[in-house]
Design a protein around this ligand. Structure first.
Ligand code: ZN
Length: 310
């Protein structure tokens, strides 16, 4: 291994333990793993277990067992967000001391009536932080970035200029804050994940800037959807992938990712299959679309894939 390359790339997969892995999450895990390993990088796993109401008992263990059965072996110690609360709170305090935060009393209904984008109204009224949502002053908005798969991504000026929430009224840290802090903490250099996170990426890049850190490179793979606009998720009961027969789902996931896998892969041991996938990984072959619709073909058990443009 070229030592100048080894260790330079650090990627990650960050599932939330709200249920077992389904095809959509497998595709994200596989793409981030293959991109890291094809560049002699490290691949880390982080369990996003602080959105407490959605956590399902036993799901983390099942996810980790499934990754192992699928030959997706991670490097380093697993990071559990639930053990990082003090770390998040300390960084929130830093922003507060820098006068970058304020409390907001506006309800979801009021913001919806404004057209869904917040007008930063509470910035000037200096409410107590107690029992309120906490927003960051968006003084360095970013409205465009270059994505490794989707190309140039742009959002509206009003979206990029919105003071967004870092801590919710119920006391939970917002996804934008914890994901950026975790990526900083784990020195992540490359993020490969689903296109449902395309738009919020501009906020994450601005938050990296806020913490004076270089933002990682981003590449967003198409989202697996049951119907246009409806991603496969634990919430819509996408079936768990089969832990006893990984070859079929891995083969389908490689097809989904445009990697053109040969049928012979179905007869290989999992580690051999993954070896093929690492050696042949070509990120430029991943379809440059936001969504791919899955239609189960009952006759031969494979899925058919229909790329959808936005
Ligand atoms: Zn407000």
């Amino acid at each position: 291994m070229n030592s100048s390359l080894s260790g330079a790339y650090r990627g990650r997969f960050a599932p939330s333990p709200s249920g077992p892995l389904h095809f959509g999450s497998l595709v994200a895990a596989l793409a981030s793993f293959l991109d890291a390993k094809s560049k002699s990088g490290q691949w880390l796993v982080r369990i996003e277990d602080i959105d407490t109401p959605r956590i399902v008992k036993g799901a983390s263990d099942l996810i980790l067992k499934t990754l192992e059965a699928y030959g997706l072996h991670w490097d380093e110690k697993i990071c559990f967000q639930s053990k990082q609360i003090d770390f998040y709170q300390a960084h929130l305090k830093t922003l507060l001391n820098d006068n970058q935060l304020y409390a907001c009393q506006c309800t979801r209904k009021q913001i919806k009536a404004l057209g869904g984008i917040y007008n930063n109204a509470c910035r000037s009224i200096n409410l107590s932080l107690e029992n309120q949502a906490i927003r960051i002053k968006q003084n360095h908005p970013i409205d465009t970035f270059n994505d490794g798969i989707q190309g140039k991504v742009s959002v509206t000026k009003s979206f990029s200029a919105e003071d967004y929430i870092l801590k919710r009224r119920d006391g939970l840290f917002a996804y934008q804050l914890v994901v950026v802090l975790d990526d900083i903490n784990q020195n992540i250099t490359h993020i490969v994940r689903g296109a449902d996170l395309l738009e919020p990426t501009v906020r994450q890049i601005s938050l990296f800037n806020e913490f004076n850190k270089k933002a990682p490179s981003f590449a967003h793979i198409p989202l697996a959807v049951a119907e246009p606009g409806f991603k496969l998720s634990k919430q819509n009961y996408a079936p768990a992938i089969d832990i006893t027969k990984p070859q079929l789902a891995l083969y389908d996931a490689l097809r989904f990712l445009g990697q053109n896998p040969p049928l012979e892969l179905l007869n290989l041991k999992v580690d051999k299959l993954i070896h093929w996938a690492v050696s042949n990984w070509d990120i430029t072959s991943v379809p440059h679309v936001n969504e791919i619709q899955l239609i189960k073909d009952e006759s031969n058990k494979h899925c058919q894939f229909f790329p959808l443009s936005q």
